[in-house]
Design a protein around this ligand. Structure first.
Ligand SMILES: [Mg+2]
Length: 122
């Protein structure tokens, strides 16, 4: 499918649309359901790391089976986010860039470098 480095977000959104159209899933997908899907799939990703140390997690990334499970759950999160963007005509690349500009202002390098404080505590 899309396994080369030239795959764009538009390509991925089209893949998601075609997949859902073929299954007649518009009837099940709205903003609330997709926001829930993002949360649920994020929790499934998080569950893989439950009770794992940093060393454990590093080993997971270096071991094909666990690494593939991580890739799968991360892809589930992305699927839900792409579906949300596709269904509501959100230019997610543009939205991401705008959000990063906000983040640059919230977390200026001179204040945020090496800090894990929230922007209003910097
Ligand atoms: Mg999943």
């Amino acid at each position: 499918m899309h396994d080369d480095r030239s795959t764009t977000i538009a390509d991925l959104k089209q893949t998601v649309k075609a997949y859902c159209d073929a299954r007649d899933w518009d009837q099940f997908h709205d903003a609330k359901e997709l926001a829930m899907s993002i949360t649920i799939e994020s929790a499934e990703l998080l569950a893989l790391f439950r009770f794992k140390s940093r060393a454990d997690m590093q080993r997971m990334f270096e071991t094909p089976g666990p690494r593939e499970k991580i890739c799968g759950e991360l892809s589930d999160v992305l699927f839900a986010a792409l579906r949300f963007a596709q269904l509501y005509d959100i230019d997610i690349a543009d939205a991401f860039c705008r959000k990063m500009k906000e983040n640059e202002l919230k977390y200026p390098v001179e204040k945020a470098r090496g800090s894990n404080k929230k922007y209003d505590e910097l």
